[in-house]
Design a protein around this ligand. Structure first.
Ligand SMILES: [Zn+2]
Length: 524
């Protein structure tokens, strides 16, 4: 008989433990923030006392809380404050959404929206300046197209940006004009969209605080209990600390900061704990495949010389990575092209031959384009590969890969199955808000990929990249990522079992409940 009773017991469930020694169970007992017992209903029963809250799962599936290893939480929060125009089916409907927002916004304040597409509009035309002016005469407005490469603005926004019909069109074709009159239509394209965006004031600290609290709620509702928060701006860090101090940070946070912020972060690290810590620092070795700035061994298809560039020399990469190690943080190196991955591995080979890097795992962000030799070296160095399955699978990245690499090299783009077979640890993230937040969607993307299906992974492997392997990547595999006695009670209840539904239906599974440290943070 146990000496104490559980605070919480989940019974009659289908528990996927992610612990190979005991893959399935029926029930979990939780005491304070930890797991006391995982087993059959009968085994958990003795832990249930008078004051234990018992939840009958009625056969629902339980998995360890998901860990999103690449998410921009502050930007996600900001984007949640924007007007969502994804489902708008006409310009009329767009106007009424905007009108509603204007009524709730103080006069003169900017209104930002995103997600519209003229292809979905009944009118089958682009919206115009006057469509927006008629509902928002006093608030400046920018509404981004779903591609984010185009926006429509109103006259108030033009006025604040000092753009008139007499403004020179230095960027060819990027500012639309009426062909007859030369008047501005309100449509801006590509880099011309920056002329407007730079006028939008930075959010105040309170606005950002509210945005982040809202983002954390959405994250927990997606079944995510821990995030690797990719910091983009130094203002995010004091806000996270403040939220943590005020106990408003509902999820566990592992901050990954840009390496150039290392020096200013030395005070922060004293607050190390289970809910918040600075874990890693990022260096960029190259750019992106779609922009042809990822560094390749061979030129891009159809090019003679363009093969991308390394953003630092071998020596610079070595000293930047050493500095991260000296600060006690995990080096996280963005490398997309094969030549960039090669340069990163050369740096790691040099560092691991020295003593300073013992016990720290190196992590490559993306590692998109590989070959067998690179994978062999990664395996030897125990390098962790961080992928975002939705990015890997998105039509755009596949399209650009085939277009820019040719089918032979594109075959080695995100070779997840080969990485698993070779024993290279893979971890999964969303890259939200650029891509959708849902880990279930990421799992589905990884198991159903249509291009080069030979690199599909199994549902169990896909679950690993969001749970136990993600926990390993931050050195927390003894605390989370699977259900084992003594680990943190970070638990997600799902409507159905990802291992038994049709692979293309995984994203339809609902998150029913999310617990962090035994406390319920979301209930559907
Ligand atoms: Zn990102």
């Amino acid at each position: 008989m146990p000496a104490l009773f559980a605070d919480l017991a989940l019974v009659n469930g289908k528990v996927r433990t992610m612990n190979p020694a005991q893959p399935t169970a029926e029930a979990i007992a939780v005491g304070k923030d930890r797991i006391l017992k995982v087993g059959t209903n009968d085994e958990v029963n003795p832990w249930i006392g008078e004051n234990t809250k018992v939840i009958d799962l009625k056969g629902k599936t339980v998995v360890p809380g998901f860990i999103d290893t690449h998410i921009h939480v502050a930007d996600f929060g900001r984007s949640l404050m924007w007007l969502d125009l994804k489902h708008v089916k006409s310009i009329k409907e767009l106007q009424s959404s905007l009108k509603e927002r204007v009524q709730k916004t103080s006069s003169g304040k900017w209104i930002i929206g995103r997600g519209w597409s003229q292809d979905r509009f009944e009118e089958k035309r682009l919206p115009t300046l006057s469509d927006l002016d008629s509902v928002s005469p006093d608030n400046p407005v920018i509404l981004y197209h779903e591609s984010a490469m185009m926006c429509i603005v109103n006259s108030k926004a033009l006025e604040l940006a000092h753009i008139t019909r007499l403004s020179p069109n230095s960027m060819d074709g990027a500012i639309d004009r009426d062909p007859k009159t030369g008047a501005l239509t309100g449509i801006f394209r590509d880099s011309a969209t920056d002329l407007l965006w730079k006028m939008v004031p930075e959010p105040s600290e309170n606005e950002l605080l509210d945005a982040i609290v809202l983002a954390c709620k959405k994250i927990a509702a997606a079944g995510v209990t821990s995030v690797h928060w990719m910091v983009l701006s130094p203002v995010e860090i004091p806000i996270v600390e403040k939220l943590h101090a005020q106990r408003k940070l509902s999820i566990r946070v592992y901050l990954i900061i840009p390496a150039n912020l290392l020096d200013s972060m030395l005070n922060f690290r004293s607050t190390y704990n289970l809910a918040l810590r600075i874990g890693g620092a990022v260096i960029n070795a190259d750019g992106y495949l779609a922009a042809k700035s990822a560094a390749l061994f061979q030129p891009y298809k159809g090019e003679i010389e363009t093969s991308g560039t390394l953003l630092c020399t071998q020596e610079e990469m070595y000293s930047a990575t050493s500095k991260i190690l000296k600060a006690g943080l995990q080096p996280v190196i963005h490398a997309m092209g094969d030549r960039a991955v090669d340069a990163v591995l050369t740096t790691i080979e040099r560092l691991t031959s020295e003593t300073s890097s013992k016990g720290i795992s190196f992590r490559i962000e993306q590692a998109a384009l590989l070959d067998k030799m690179l994978i062999e070296r990664m395996k030897k160095l125990k390098v962790i590969v961080s992928v975002q399955p939705c990015v890997a699978e998105s039509e755009f990245s596949v399209w650009s890969a085939l277009e820019n690499l040719g089918p032979f090299r594109a075959r080695w783009l995100y070779p997840l199955k080969t990485l698993f077979e070779e024993g290279v640890r893979v971890i999964g993230g969303s890259d939200c808000p650029m891509e959708p937040l849902s880990p279930l969607l990421g799992i589905q993307a990884a198991v159903t990929r249509e291009f080069f299906p030979e690199e599909r992974i199994s549902v169990d492997q896909a679950l690993r990249i969001y749970t136990i392997d993600a926990a390993y990547s931050s050195g927390e595999e003894n605390m989370k990522g699977s259900f084992e006695e003594g680990k943190l009670a970070d638990i997600v209840v799902l409507s159905r079992d990802p291992l038994t539904v049709a692979p293309n239906k995984i994203c339809d599974i609902q998150v029913e409940m999310t617990f962090i440290g035994g406390r319920i943070v979301f209930k559907r």
